[in-house]
Write a protein that binds this ligand. Structure first.
Ligand SMILES: [Fe+2]
Length: 281
């Protein structure tokens, strides 16, 4: 006959094992789709456009290329008009760039693809964490995959015959986010929808004085570990209001995707996702 103490200890051990299996085995591979409609007031957009927003692939020993490929195919099944990628394509270094290029080409073969860099893709922050000193390798990777990398730049693209302005920042933690350069010559009172690609949602504060309608971000992984009562204490941001999902801010919108990959191979109560955003006026 088991004692009460043995019963409690057994229950706690079973619960602990279950949580560990969930965090390490089930959730990091349990892809979801966040499909939502976003209305942008005050812009000209006669026909809605569908954006596939992806971030934080984190190709590494813990996030395989086959998983990333599965995520891309899941997003592409929604037939996006435009694909936006907001950084952290890798965790530190790329072992097999040719294979990654072939996978990224699944995206660029299907729709116009634009990207901004993340803190893991190269530069001041990641060089002290085993990554590349700058964006040279990352630039070459995206160039080979036919993905347009914008770093403190903007471009107007035609989607379904309608102009869409894409502005992209360098990474905040890499000390490369320069909104003044990124928005140079962007007309201040234009009705062209302006979408800001920026890896880190904390960069909103330095972009407060510039004309954009919707910011697309990643970086947080949704908090990666979302704990009962505690929320997302590990999300690497100052402002925890923008860890995941769509939120209003200063008369515009910020959308943060939970992303595809992870760090350390763990996720809890915070599944990976691809984001489908139907944008209308
Ligand atoms: Fe990341």
């Amino acid at each position: 006959m088991i004692t009460r103490r043995q019963f409690i200890l057994g229950g706690a051990a079973t619960l602990g094992l279950g949580v560990f299996v969930d965090m390490r085995v089930i959730e990091p591979r349990w892809l979801g789709v966040d499909h939502r409609t976003i209305h942008l007031p005050g812009v000209d957009l006669e026909r809605p456009i569908r954006i596939l927003h992806l971030a934080d692939m984190h190709l590494s020993d813990t996030v395989s290329l086959s998983f990333i490929r599965r995520a891309f195919l899941k997003g592409l099944a929604y037939r996006p008009d435009l694909i936006c990628l907001t950084g952290d394509f890798i965790s530190t270094r790329i072992k097999n760039p040719e294979a990654y290029v072939a996978t990224l080409r699944l995206l660029s073969d299907r729709a116009p693809c634009f990207a901004c860099p993340g803190n893991h893709d190269g530069g001041d922050w990641v060089k002290s964490h085993g990554g590349y000193n700058d964006l040279t390798v990352f630039r070459a990777l995206l160039h080979a995959a036919d993905i347009t990398l914008l770093v403190n730049q903007w471009e107007t693209v035609s989607i379904k015959g309608q102009p869409i302005r894409l502005v992209a920042l360098g990474d905040l933690w890499a000390m490369e986010a320069r909104p003044k350069t990124a928005f140079k010559n962007v007309p201040p009172n234009s009705r062209t929808p302006c979408i800001l690609l920026s890896h880190n949602p904390d960069s909103k504060d330095i972009c407060a004085d510039y004309p954009w309608d919707l910011m697309l971000c990643g970086h947080t992984h949704g908090g990666q570990l979302k704990l009962p009562l505690l929320g997302t204490p590990f999300a690497p941001v100052r402002d925890h209001r923008f860890v995941a999902g769509l939120h209003p801010w200063s008369n515009r919108l910020i959308y943060t995707t939970r992303g595809i990959g992870n760090i350390f191979g763990l996720r809890f109560n915070c599944r990976p996702e691809v984001s489908i955003l139907d944008i209308s006026a």
